[in-house]
Every structure is written in C-alpha cells, then in structure tokens.
Design a binder for this molecule. Sequence first.
Ligand code: NDP
Length: 461
Amino acid sequence: MYYINKNKKGAGSMIGEQYVQKVIDQVKQRNKGEKEFQDAVTEVLNSLAPVFDKHPEYVQEGILERLVEPERQILFRVPWVDDNGTVQVNRGFRIQFNSAIGPYKGGLRFHPSVNASIVKFLGFEQIFKNSLTGLPIGGGKGGADFNPKGKSDREIMRFCQSFMSELCKHIGPNLDVPAGDIGVGGREIGYMYGYYKKIRSTNDQGVLTGKGLTFGGSLARTEATGFGLVYFTEEMLKDNNLSFNRKTVVISGSGNVAIYATQKATELGAKVVALSDSNGYIYDENGINLDVVREIKEVKRGRIKEYLESVPSAKYVEGCTKIWEIKCDIALPCATQGEINEESAKILVGNGVKAISEGANMPSTLEAIEIIQNAGILFGPAKAANAGGVACSALEMSQNGMRLSWTFEEVDEKLQSIMKNIYKNASEAAKEYGEVGNILVGANIAGFMKVAEAMMSQGIV
Ligand code: NDP
C-alpha cells in the first residue's frame, strides 16, 4: 500500500476503501500491461477513498467506474513520406476522457515512447488538472509515436499535415481542443492549424491552443506552465514560511517548462544550478545563464552539453538521472514521467531538499512519492503545479471566442490568480478530509469533486 492518505486506515473509511480497491482491480484487469495508466489511477483513487464515505451516492451512481473509462479513444494511421521519398507510418492517438465540465482539452505529444498507456494516463490526469483550474474544460490527451528529433522542417510539416488530416474529424472549438506537449511546440501547432483550416474550410481559431501570436495565440501561453509552476510553488512555500529567495534550485529538462520555470525562479531570487536533457545534465554553481540555454534549445535545437562552449566553468555529466544527486533546497522535475524514482527520492531527502514540485506530468513514481511524503517534504503534485499551461490555453480559447487579445500582463495576472486558487483549493480540501498539508490528496479531491458533481447532474452518460 502506498502512503498517499495519512489517515487511510482511520475509522469510517471502509466503504470508500473497498469501493476504490474494487475499481482499481477492474482497471488493472481491463488495462493489462498499461503500467502508467494503472499507476495514475491507483494514485488518484487511493486518495479519493474518504470522499465516498461522505458521499455514498457517488458509489451508487458508479461515478468511478465511469470516470476511469475514456468516453472515446481514437487510434489512427499516420502515413507520411520522408525526405528520401520513403514511406513512413506512425500511430496517432486521441483520448477523449471526460467532458462533464467542458470540451475535452489536453496536449498532443510526439515522442517514440507514446502508446495507449501513456496517452491514457495523461488524459486521466488531465481531467483533474483541468477541473482544478476552475475553468470549464474537460480532459483529453493525444499524440503519436513519432520522433521529431533529427527530422527536417519539411518532414515535420508533412507529418503534422497527415496527423491533422485524421484528427480534424474528431476535434472542434466546442468539442475537443488539443494543444502542445513534448515534441509539439509553436511550429507543429502552426502546421496543424494551417492544415485544419485548409481541409475544414473554416477559421475556427479556438480548435487548437498554443497558436502563434499572429493567428489567435495568447501572450504568456509559452511561459505559462513554467511560470505557473513557480507561482504555485511560491504559494506552497509561503504557506510554510519559506520562499524561492536565495534558495538553490535544481530543474530537470531544458524544454518549454524547464526554461520558463528557470526564468521565474531566478526572478524570485533563487539560484538555478542545473538543467538537463535526455543525454545528460549541466551544473553551474554560479547559476544557469538562461540566455545561453535558450540559444541552444530554442534557436539551434542543440544539446544541453553545448552550454560548456559558452560557460567552460560549468560541468556536464552524461546521463540525466544523477541530476537529483545535486544538493538543493527546491527540486522542480520538468522533463518527463518517472524521472524521480525511489533512489533519487532518497538522495533528495538525504540532501535536505525542502520542496519538490512537479512541472512534468507524473515525474515522481509512486514509490518516490511515498518517500517524499514520509519525510515530510513539501510536495506539489503535477496536476496542480503544472496546470498553468492548460489554464492559459483556456484563456486563449476565451480570447478566440471574444475575438480579443489580452496583454501579457493581463494574462499573467490571471495566471497568478488561478495558480494561487489551485493551491488554496487543494490545501482546503486536504484540510477538510483530515490531511492537512497533503496537497497531493487535496488536489485529487478538489479536482474530483467538481467533475463528480457535474456527472451526478447529467445522469448516467
Ligand atoms: P519539451 O519537449 O519542450 O522538453 C522536454 C525536455 O525534457 C527536453 O529538454 C528533453 O530533452 C527532456 N527530457 C526528455 N526525456 C528526458 C529524460 N528521460 N531525462 C531528462 N530529460 C529528458 O517538453 P515540455 O517542456 O513542454 O514538457 C515537459 C513536461 O512537462 C512533460 O511531462 C509535459 O507533459 C509536461 N507539461 C508540459 C506542458 C506545456 O505547456 N508544455 C503543460 C503541462 C505539463 P531532449 O531534448 O533530449 O528530449
């Protein structure tokens, strides 16, 4: 059993525990081999057990049985021709998980590791994350097992067009609104939007978010996940009489989330000493020079070790897992799922880390979370801490609907207030269910309650 709820064994929690265990067993049986999805369901459901003791009507209405089954799963062939004239075939996915509170919303991931389990776990998490933002958006996710690395711009364009030629049949501004994720940035969204517009003969700007600023994109969307992560974490620190000021921070990854988390943490007075990519990590005891990283990653699309060409005093270590051996006050995993395992968690705790807040989706394994929580370390779970990206995507949808563009400051201000509210709601839900300070449980419960209430009102659908 994992330590997710402190008082899981407390009096009166039997109905909830039995119900949750029954549904977890069904999910494992029905989704064999899908470890990421099984883990995500286990983590969320275990923390919801006390809710069913208070709300037995949810059990009667089969809320959980319905919640763990995607409303729709779309699996499709993505054929394209590479620069050598060779036909390539990839597999495309879109999971439309839950639309109880609004149109499906969630990113597209292009990475060779993408499979049904990963898309399902991401889509499941997205339901609660989107709910937590307080905005009317349901949960979805998608992608393809396509590796954009090393592909020419023309190859990326042809792939995106082929992908959209099928996806376009299933999305729309009031139905399902995809955005970017790993391997899908502004360039890919631009190609997909251009093709959607051509084949659907419509200028539905609200069909995709993360668009370029000249065609319906929102200011501050690019920064939103990284900035939001730091706003959320600052709130959590403040609640515990701490702050980013003068703290040493380690951030994994060097993509969209990591770069803007580094910028905001630095602005708040922290020193970010490490960043990574899938090959290795850099350590700069003087604090990372973000201009150098942005030139490497956003302009040259190069490798993080090239940092040493501009800052020879920094260190580069091959292999990315050892980044968590660097002593720090705050750790922000912003690369990918499963990157903090049991061993890394023990090292972080042993080195005196004060807070771990997740920029990536499910970067800490269940075993790692158990260690972190047992040690009493502040923990910001992904679905709350990295919700800034999707929140800002929903703000982009609003601007598209109104045919308006807000200023950077207006969007940033709304983002800050959303992240503060997420922390407040998660923290209050944790308190209400006797789990003071357990933001993981609080976020799951707060996100779940809104979706459950909407599902209760809408009948068995
Ligand atoms: P990017 O593709 O921009 O960057 C991902 C970064 O992580 C790259 O630097 C990549 O390196 C690195 N990386 C990948 N695998 C590993 C690994 N095993 N070890 C170390 N580094 C690795 O993605 P994003 O920054 O957009 O996304 C990062 C995470 O944040 C993902 O989990 C995503 O789902 C999540 N997220 C993103 C949001 C967004 O708005 N972008 C919103 C909410 C969550 P390399 O170049 O070598 O592959």
